[in-house]
Design a protein around this ligand. Structure first.
Ligand code: CTP
Ligand code: MN
Ligand code: MN
Length: 500
């Protein structure tokens, strides 16, 4: 808690000539202009807090006027604050945030204006009007996915499916800008509580460019987009899409095969000069199973299997479901887990022990193990790397139908009684747990925007290992995801709201 020392002796009243002028050696936050309400606070405490804020680079006005952006009051009675404000000189109350002292103390502690959260607001409960609600309470949509709440319920799938096709097509052609633009646009639409039914509804939405809007307009008018249809019927797109659906085949390999005139799996498998690596071989071998989605019940069953194996190795093993299933998805392309232990250093060998045991049980169909390369002294990393440095493995496991509540999500006519499932395991050291959990929960777009927000809005670097404050030149510790959101000055977003 921020500690306010004994109030020093100060002048009772500021001289008129100085009133309303921010006297501060160095203004750090140009866009923020505070006004502290004297009622309930008292004049000496008000002066003291004013000095304190100014010493930290805040602008504090002595006089209330329309240039003030943040009004801070210590009056716990919202109605009296608002009655007073409505009788004040302010012409437009919608331009100002009316805040509780907690926002002020949070900001002093952080040394910067923290993001306004609902708990900071003094709400005009007696006479709520659109004019009096502060900007955060309005239906403004942030350009950052980490400031939006996105459940699995997508009301705008007609648009987002089309955008995904376009993004993928640009990705195949290695055109990064438009690819990202379509992914961002899709993410914004996914966060909306209702379907966009006219172009007017997109007016205040961020991340929608001309191209995106043209596609939306077409979809609204005739139910399909000419451009998207063209891509979907394009032979190259179809082939690359098919090839990259194989585990171990990325866009580069797919393109290489396409250029050699190959168009189908049988073309590839019949071509003697093609040498498949181990991953691709497993990809083809288990194609039917691992291209079919994994159900929540199957994910749970795998959790039980791995939990039992891990606990047999070390009783204090910790297993957590991450990825899409942690976000509440009903189906996924794989199942992602964090497996670790509180014993320092033990996490480095835990995964290979687990894999040995899975092999022993005859359920390890494929494994790609990547030992830990984590070195705390190499942090912070300025370049976000696609992979983190924790020990991890990409597996294909055999899952028995008898272990799954309600049975397997099998293809029709399949009577084997088991199926192959893709499983990812990652094993961070315990003090990195919160960062790894946040990073592996996703979605990818949510993660991208968390890092972008940290970098651009907070001068901080976030990845799966750590959070680094470039201004303070220090790492910010976190035991939970909530700690990380708090360091970033973000409202906490639950895992099931991260389906950006
Ligand atoms: N991830 C990561 N490092 C990797 C692999 C994945 O940080 N080497 C993260 C991704 O950023 C993603 C999360 O782990 O946010 C889960 O990845 P993935 O399984 O590919 O996606 P899901 O969101 O789980 O989607 P699905 O349900 O299709 O599996
Ligand atoms: Mn996943
Ligand atoms: Mn995964």
């Amino acid at each position: 808690m921020f500690h306010i020392p004994i109030v020093p002796r100060v002048r009772k009243r500021s001289r008129p000539a100085e009133a309303g002028v921010a006297r501060c050696e160095e203004v750090k936050f140009e866009d923020v202009r505070l006004y502290l309400v004297e009622r309930k606070m008292g004049s000496s405490r008000r002066s003291f807090l004013t000095q304190l804020a100014r010493s930290k680079g805040f602008i504090v006005d002595d006089i209330l006027s329309d240039v003030v952006t943040h009004v801070v009051s210590e009056d716990s009675e919202a109605s009296s604050v608002w009655t007073w404000l409505k009788e004040s000189v302010l012409k437009n109350l919608s331009n100002v945030q009316v805040l509780d002292i907690s926002w002020f103390t949070d900001s002093m502690r952080e040394g910067r204006p923290v993001a306004v959260e609902t708990r900071h607001l003094i709400q005009d409960t007696l006479h709520p009007s659109p004019e009096s609600s502060p900007p955060t309470a309005k239906a403004t949509v942030s350009q950052y996915a980490c400031q939006r709440r996105t459940t699995t319920e997508n009301k705008n799938q007609i648009f987002t499916d089309a955008f995904e096709v376009l993004a993928e097509s640009y990705e195949f052609n290695e055109i990064e800008g438009p690819c990202l633009a379509f992914r961002r646009a899709a993410s914004v639409l996914k966060s909306l509580p209702s379907e966009v039914d006219c172009m007017g509804a997109t007016q205040d939405l961020p991340c929608l460019g001309e191209h995106t809007k043209a596609v939306m307009e077409e979809l609204l008018q005739c139910g399909h987009s000419f451009e998207v249809e063209k891509i979907l019927s394009d032979e190259r797109y179809q082939t690359l899409k098919l090839f990259t659906s194989v585990f171990g085949v990325g866009p580069k390999t797919a393109e290489k095969w396409y250029r050699r005139g190959l168009r189908s799996f049988s073309d590839i498998l019949a071509e003697p000069s093609i040498h498949l690596n181990r991953m691709q071989e497993s990809g083809f071998l288990h194609y039917g199973d691992i291209s079919r989605s994994v159900s929540k019940a199957e994910a749970r069953a795998l959790g039980n299997v791995i939990d039992e194996v891990a606990r047999a190795i070390t009783p204090d093993a910790i297993l957590a479901l991450t990825g899409g299933f942690r976000r509440g998805k009903e189906f996924g392309h794989d199942v992602d887990f964090i497996v670790t232990t509180p014993e320092p250093g033990r996490e480095k060998t835990l995964l290979s022990n687990i894999m040995d045991e899975l092999k022993e049980q005859g359920i390890l169909l494929y494994s790609d193990y990547q030992p830990s390369t984590f070195d705390i002294s190499k942090l912070p990393s300025h370049r976000f790397e696609a992979m983190d440095h924790f020990a991890k493995c990409f597996l294909i496991l055999r899952l028995e139908g008898s272990q799954v509540e309600g049975g397997l999500n099998s293809a029709e006519g399949d009577s084997r009684g088991w199926r192959a499932v893709r499983v990812d395991l990652v094993s961070p050291p315990m003090d990195r747990y919160a960062f790894a959990l946040l990073g592996w929960t996703g979605s990818r777009q949510f993660e991208r925007d968390l890092r972008r927000f940290a970098r651009l809005e907070r001068r901080m670097l976030l990845d799966n290992h750590a959070l680094y404050d470039k201004t303070k030149k220090e790492f910010l510790a976190a035991a939970t995801e909530k700690d990380i959101f708090a360091h970033l000055g973000l409202e906490y977003i639950e895992p099931w709201q991260r389906n950006a």
